[in-house]
Write a protein that binds this ligand. Sequence first.
Ligand code: TEU
Length: 548
Amino acid sequence: MDPLPWWKTATGYQIYPRSFCDSDSDGDGIGDIPGIISKLDHLADLGIGFIWLSPVYASPMIDNGYDISDYRDIAPAFGTLDDMDRLIAEAKARGIEIVMDLVVNHCSSEHPWFNAALASPEAPEHDYFVWREPRAGTTAPPNDLLSAFGGPAWTYVPSLGKYYLHQFASAQPDLNWENPALRAEIYAMMNWWFDRGIGGFRMDVIDLIGKDVGAGIMAEGPNLHAYLQEMHGETLAGRDVVTVGESWSVTPQTGILYCGEDRGELSMVFQFEHVKAGWHETFGKWKPLPFDLPTFKKAFFDWQIALADDGWNSLFLTNHDLPRQVSKYGDDGEHRVRSAKLLATVLHFMKGTPFIYQGEEIGMTNSRFERLEQFRDVELFGHHEAVMAQGHSLEEFISGANANGRDNARTPMQWTAGENAGFTSGTPWIEVNPNYTEINVDADRSDPDGLIAFYRHLVHLRQTLPILTQGTFRPFSAEHEQIFAYARGFDGQRLSVVANVSSEPVSYDIPEGLACRGACLVHNFEPRAELTGRIELAPWEAVAILSE
Ligand code: TEU
């Protein structure tokens, strides 16, 4: 049998550079590349195989770097190209690849392409963007399309008498992928980075590039897969790299189109079904619905089954756009460590490539802000007024933002119990979570039962146990309100995972097919040697047993 590609046995680690580590040399309160280099040993110790680095390119930072003004340079706040080359080399020396963030559905309104496009409709770059006349006989936007960051998705340019499209902030004009010269520029840029030694790309909102604006189809548009196949041919083919496409619209039915073995597109996608299931119909993420375990499990189970024989799953619960997992799905109070271990267990033993978001490995919790001024995010400020106009009070809005906003998981990484959690010697760009005195890398690392030790073990198991990478997947008790259970199978072996996702003890009759006796691979309460008959599980208890 062919050996598996490296990224199927590897665990990824996401760095949000602004909040990871600010090097002592500048102390400007913003994390940077020298800061990341200084912490590579922490990541090597966890055993991770690659870093997904959120954008570090030149940017006016309207959306913390997801608005790129030069794809071939580094933002001064983060460092220089030399720093980036050093990061790639230093990571490689520790067996870690750097996966950059490819943000090419849109660029920054300060990108030279957009400046040229504004200066003249005759410039070749004008057609790199999406332009429309106002609605006939008016100055109103061409249609009612809304931006993900609030307000219309169209901004008027008086000097041209036309609107341009932006699905995110007005400072993030959408690129027109129908223009072949634009596509060629992007492929050349990707190859330029590959030649510098990076190990792949995470592709921002990649489902939006194939849009058909005339027909009003933005996500998974008619050209999406043709562009991904073309991109593959021009950049990825023949390179031993990993690609992860972010797609908020992908379903278990369409997933295979992005990552099927014979498709020549991507290695895997980030899908968000488990996230969207928790959003309110009218108020969206700003009014979270109560957590519902069966719905949550269904999202994962459906994907495991859909990609059982072809394609590949990514496994994650949180990232820089989502709340901290222990606050959202676990218990960030009394059972913080135990519930964090439970979430890690149920996630990492499924089939796919798991991702750890910075701080997850020490069970960092969501920050709770009290005032609007403590928030920083362009998305939040873009929605604030409209959500309030729908009848939400300021208090409700802040409480929704604390539960589901993007800032609350973007607070600085908590390294030590010292000043600013050891993140910076300056003033952090966003407040440090006050619980850093208790929750920090130093404290967790000194505890053999801590979360770092637990994650290190999970990462190691993934590298060494074929049942994790290749085994079959069978869900159990899908409708159960407290239990998350499944079995993996490989070569006559069984791996059974059972977890009590609640603060109450539970009695559970182990179904046939899940029963297992053997070695306890991980536990967060008491070790067990078997799962048979009726078992009593403590609050947030999780256990995984590998049959003999
Ligand atoms: O996110 C895609 C995206 O759609 C998010 O804006 C998402 O809808 C939102 O966070 C949920 O409320 C990607 C990046 O991950 C995000 O950080 C960027 O802001 C966005 O694209 C634009 O580049």
